[in-house]
Design a binder for this molecule. Structure first.
Ligand code: COA
Ligand code: AMP
Length: 643
């Protein structure tokens, strides 16, 4: 559609790799592992443990920060740019060579070590998109410790929950973040989180930004810049391939986030493989993932992936629009000769809305080879617009916090297949993607069902939920025996193309951010006037989805709708954070339920999506359906036709 399709010989190479990874995964991944500089290379490739779980590279030893930095210096790439920082919100541009970044990381590791951080300790990182966030992550990894980065848009409450779960020895934060022109004071949020959490870290290291100097609480709080003045570089600590590198919390269906645990060795192998075979990147290429270090994309493709692959990574502290305009992405691509851009469809929809003709695209984008999209389904309209305005291959690819790297894509590092709008193309070698019925039966091409991944998962995917093996099993492995349940639904067509159509659970995707409606419901239900509530994701032209709360008032309660909405919005903002984009509440007389009292969320989602009304036989009160449909219609909350 938008790029030359590779010759048949290359397409055959994909088939060969795919079959090899499927039939002889040990051979396939042993070969991939050879590409990396281990301290002790793996002899054991894949092992099933007595628990039934699988582990990759069980006897190998490495340090991922060494692979990402020191190794490249040893190979003579010390002067190559490792990291470019571009911050339109502070008018800052900064570049770090591999030598410089390694020095900063080693020194900050020295600071952490001095504060008692060692192998296996947890360090929570709550930072804006500044180089120090990446430096902190790599420094933690250098010591063999475990980082847990918390996205800056989360509230003090969410931070506290993560601190209590991860029990960090130390928290690293900054005085503030900047949202377009608004300064967000991070330090008071951290202070509040520490008042809320039971667990207390020994110390907090705070990077003071000149835009806002945070008041410190000595001796707990340590000034980053001051500590670095006296820092001695720390060496890399060897760790086992199976030791955890990080915990990254993600929304599940309950209020408690899931601490996805990633190992070191499998992750390094998977990232290196994907940088070459999915993204087609070579040493020296410039890779820009326009995401945030607080999300999995930031971990894999701002920090570890590009650096392990010897590329230059770009960190951008800004938005696709407003900083200063909808030409920002093109300016960054041109200025740094970005070869590969990775963004969320939301970002492109925002740009398209501001600048439909892409008149602000007057930059030289000749270096840009590919645009990858993920975080949500790339809707055909956005795909067409991007192809038409940019004349570059635009590639949808599907993955999750849990997998850490793409499950399905157009694997251009192997072969470029024809694009099918709405599809994230083909499974990546290593992933055995199947569509199952609710009974676990394999469905035929074009039949829609649950997307499941046959075990074992390839290297790099989650190994457990932090300190909760049972939840790991219950959330992912118990639905379909022998499979990982992705939580997404969709189908595979007759050519093997995967179409991911949306979540099968109560997780929603707002501006590429994954949020739990269950968590929002818990908060809304705490309002004294509310008897019952239901939160669903409804279509949003820019953000893909936005939350909508339908609430029932307690008998005798009288509260103005506008006041109620404002109070609920404030509660969700306080407890989850601004990132929830929770803005809409409607009061309804009743909610459709089954006879056993379960709210029919799927039916409500169907109504807002403009699907034809189909009333399930299990419904308790059939009249509630046309009634709620009329209310939603009247409020303009029903799409005119399904997407
Ligand atoms: N720290 C503090 N607050 C943050 C934040 C952060 N790191 N990130 C977002 N927020 C706040 C925003 O300021 C906004 O607050 P507001 O409601 O007071 O205005 C709220 O959280 C929602 O943010 P966002 O979803 O980013 O919406 P927006 O209206 O500010 O911007 C877009 C809209 C489309 C420009 C923006 O959502 C975007 O760039 N999306 C792409 C997302 C992306 O890259 N995801 C990648 C995942 S792979
Ligand atoms: P996260 O774990 O935050 O990265 O969110 C993962 C979820 O985002 C997936 O389970 C999907 O629901 C959705 N998602 C990510 N990428 C895509 C894509 N390319 N197509 C469809 N859905 C996607």
């Amino acid at each position: 559609m938008n790029a030359a399709v590779s010759p048949v010989s290359q397409q055959k190479q994909y088939q060969q790799q795919f079959q090899q990874a499927l039939n002889t995964p040990e051979l396939f991944w042993a070969e991939q592992a050879k590409q990396l500089p281990w301290y002790k290379a793996p002899n054991s490739i894949l092992q099933q443990l007595t628990s039934g779980h699988y582990q990759w590279f069980g006897d190998a030893v490495l340090n991922i920060a060494y692979m990402a930095l020191d190794y490249h210096i040893e190979q003579g790439r010390g002067e190559q740019t490792a990291l470019i920082f571009d911050s339109p919100v502070t008018n800052t541009k900064q570049q770090f060579s591999y030598n410089q970044l390694q020095h900063q990381v080693a020194c900050f590791a020295g600071v952490l070590q001095q504060q008692g951080v060692s192998k296996g300790d947890r360090v929570v990182i709550y930072m804006p998109m500044i180089p120090e966030a990446a430096i902190a992550m790599l420094a933690v990894a250098r010591l063999g410790a475990i980082h847990s980065v918390v996205f800056g848009g989360f509230s003090a409450q969410e931070l506290a929950v993560r601190i209590d779960d991860a029990k960090p020895k130390l928290v690293v934060s900054a005085s503030c973040g900047i949202e377009v022109s608004r300064i967000i004071a991070y330090k008071p949020l951290l202070d509040k989180a520490l008042q809320l959490s039971k667990h207390q870290p020994t110390n907090c290291i705070i990077y003071q930004r000149e835009q806002l100097i945070a008041p410190m609480q000595p001796p707990r709080d340590i000034d980053w810049q001051h500590a670095m003045q006296h820092a001695l570089p720390a060496p890399c600590t060897p760790v086992k391939a199976t030791d955890p590198l990080y915990i990254l919390y993600t929304s599940g269906t309950t209020g408690k986030p899931k601490g996805v645990v990633r190992d070191n060795g499998g992750y390094a192998v998977a990232l290196n493989y994907s940088m070459r075979h999915v993204y087609n990147c070579q040493i020296g290429d410039v890779f820009w993932a326009a995401s945030d270090v607080g999300w999995v994309v930031g971990h894999s493709y701002i920090v570890y992936g590009p650096l392990i692959a010897g590329c230059t990574t770009v960190m951008y502290e800004g938005k696709p629009v407003m900083t200063p305009d909808a030409g920002a992405f093109w300016r960054v691509c041109a200025e740094y000769k970005v070869n590969t851009l990775f963004a969320a469809p939301t970002a492109f929809r925002a740009i398209r809305k501001e600048d439909p003709e892409a008149s602000l695209q007057q930059y030289d984008l000749s270096a840009l080879r590919y645009i990858f999209m993920a975080g949500e389904r790339l809707d055909p309209a956005t795909l067409h617009w991007a192809c038409e305005k940019l004349h570059k291959p635009v590639i949808d690819h599907w993955w999750q916090t849990e997998t850490g790297w793409p499950i399905a894509a157009n694997p251009i590092g192997i072969a470029h297949f024809a694009v099918k709008p709405g599809s994230s193309s083909l499974p990546i070698p290593g992933y055995n993607v199947q569509i199952l019925s609710d009974q676990g039966r394999r469905l035929r091409p074009n039949e829609q069902g649950f997307i499941a991944l046959k075990l074992p998962l390839p290297p790099g995917c989650l190994t457990t939920i932090w300190q909760d093996e049972q939840r790991f099993h219950d959330s992912y492995l118990s639905t379909f025996a022998g499979y990982y349940d992705s939580g997404d639904g969709g189908y595979i067509d007759e050519d093997g193309y995967l179409f991911v159509m949306g979540r099968t659970d109560d997780v929603i995707n707002v501006a590429g951010h994954r949020l739990s409606t269950g968590e929002m419901e818990q908060i809304v239900a705490n309002h004294p006037a509310i008897a019952e509530c239901c939160v669903i994701g409804i279509h949003d032209a820019i953000k893909g989805q936005q939350p909508l709360a339908m609430v029932l008032l307690k008998n005798g309660q009288q509260i103005d709708d506008t006041i109620l909405q404002a109070e609920l919005v404030a509660m969700v903002r306080e407890e989850i954070g601004a990132v929830a984009s929770f803005k809409q509440v409607i009061v309804v007389p009743r909610l459709p339920k089954t006879r056993s009292g379960k709210i029919l969320r799927k039916l409500l989602r169907g109504i807002t999506n403009g699907e034809p009304l189909s009333i399930p036989s299990t419904i308790d009160d059939p009249d509630s359906v046309p009634e709620i449909a009329a209310i939603l219609n009247q409020k303009g909350l029903v799409m005119s036709s399904p997407q």
